[in-house]
Design a protein around this ligand. Sequence first.
Ligand code: PLP
Length: 437
Amino acid sequence: MSGADASTLTYDGLSGLNRPKLITEVPGPEAMARIERDAKVTSPSLPRAYPFVPRRGAGSMVEDVDGNIFLDLNAGIAVTSTGHCHPKVVEAVQRQAAELLHYSASDFYLPIYSDVCERLDALAPFGGKPARSFLANSGTEAVEAALKLARFATGRQYLIGMYQSFHGRTMGSVTLTASKAKYRTNFGPMLPGVYHSFFGDFDYIEGVLFKRIVSPTEVAAIVVESWLGEGGYVLPPDGWFTYLRELCDKHGILLICDEVQCGVGRSGTMWAIEQEGIAPDIITAGKGIASGLPLGAMIARDDLMTWDLGAHGSTYGGSPVSCAAALATLDVIEEEGLMDNASKVGDIFLTGIRDIAERHPIITDIRGRALWIGLGFADHDQAAAVELASFRRGLLMLGCGDDSIRISPPLVFREDQAGVALEIFEEAVAEVESAGS
Ligand code: PLP
């Protein structure tokens, strides 16, 4: 198939494919020219994983600027939950864009903003207790809103986060982020009053922090990813959230679950925390909530939303177009059974990868559930080599943690596509294994 032919595929034609089609070496000539231009004008801080230059996408397939077609296990970093350019999302965005592009919901009453809040409040995993939502433009802004509300509602200043966690790059969020020192290097001082414990640890908060560093009576919130994302796609140990919930209840501390990456269906349930059997006080969402349009949400128990008029707001947060995308996304997730699909296709991946790991012991660890899977290797270089070998075969994967690769495809990923992805992944693993032996 020529590049031009690939480009003329309709949405259905492109999304119906299950196998990458590479017509050039990757990166191809157009991609290389674009990367050269990009290198002269963009911030060198952007952490590009490999030379992929997308032009358009449909479902779980993405075409690059040379007409190469890739199978996408990244979903644009766990964002395109309904797949690339789902027709119902595109239609909702186009309709809203033609009707009203902007009116700030902070200063005026935007109906579609409250439509989204109504929807999220009804979905909030607070054990039936009423909720309210604040909409932002990104995950990090949702986390900032949660931190500010926690301090306001409790009148306390201290916060506890977890090592390995990622909450974003604005100053409050990056202070809680403790997955890689480079995210903080040369940006200090960080936000005062933030301490860290260990994801999955049952002793350190009480045994060290509360005993030696900070009184629990002064702690506003424990902030934790329900399932650890950038830090390696790690599930919490059994009972850990029950322990955290009890600890918080004992000391009047709020439990904030950051579900910017694992939320909105990726876990096989709307929220990953539903599978841990407890209710948080505040939850943050982003990424998959609007299929690629910028939207973050901070959803809190109604009785915590005590802050004063004007205490928090945003010019663009909850823009009408992002809100239209969010409503369509939630409809598609529910109507097309995408949470069940995530569980079903996730099982296929887990079974397939366990088989592959038997044949290729360089895969040292397999963890996860639904379309949230982390694969461990000996070290970062080996994981990066598998990521690159997959890319060269037309399979898009992304690293996480110190030595891992994640599988976080669109929630529309199909069984036939999983079969092909496993086949290509095994070839990539075999190549790296034989290069190292
Ligand atoms: N929280 C979590 C758990 C994340 O994974 C991320 C981004 O990866 C963020 C917050 C920050 O989101 P954003 O990049 O939209 O600011």
